[in-house]
Unconditional design. Structure first.
Length: 150
């Protein structure tokens, strides 16, 4: 959390200093006053956005303005939507190619009984070691001999 360059620990320290200086009764009054100002700000924001929205509609622009003041969460969601729209022309062909490779890999895997698996999260093939018949993992070559000259 970072509000105007003030982190969480600093915010708690400021709150404690205000509580000591002002006292609990005045802190309640200040919180009430701050709440009324926030409500006035939201009402002014909605009124201004309604006025500007009407002007955009009269000018023939297809723009939708928010009725609520923007927050970090709403801005993050909007930016991620815009990023998806921008990346779609590039990512769609790559996704199609990846799906084709996966279907071809499944076709090859079925008749050969290969141990090659595709890791869906990393989108890269990963192989598994062969077992030596007893259920435990053997060597990577699958011949069961672990003797190698050193």
């Amino acid at each position: 959390m970072d509000i105007f360059g003030v982190g969480g620990a600093e915010l708690v320290a400021i709150f404690l200093i205000m509580l000591v200086v002002a006292g609990p009764k005045r802190m309640i009054q200040w919180a009430y006053i701050a709440g009324t100002y926030v409500a006035k700000f939201r009402a002014m924001w909605a009124e201004a956005m309604t006025y500007v929205q009407k002007e955009f509609e009269q000018a023939g622009l297809d723009v939708e303005l928010p009725k609520e003041p923007p927050t970090r969460g709403s801005l993050t969601r909007e930016l991620s939507k815009q990023a998806e729209k921008i990346a779609a022309p590039v990512s769609k062909p790559l996704q199609d190619t990846l799906e084709e490779v996966n279907t071809d890999l499944k076709k090859v895997q079925a008749p050969t009984g290969s141990d090659v698996k595709v890791n869906s999260s990393a989108k890269t093939p990963a192989s598994t070691p062969a077992t030596n018949g007893s259920g435990d993992l053997g060597t990577w070559s699958g011949d069961g001999s672990a003797d190698s000259p050193r």
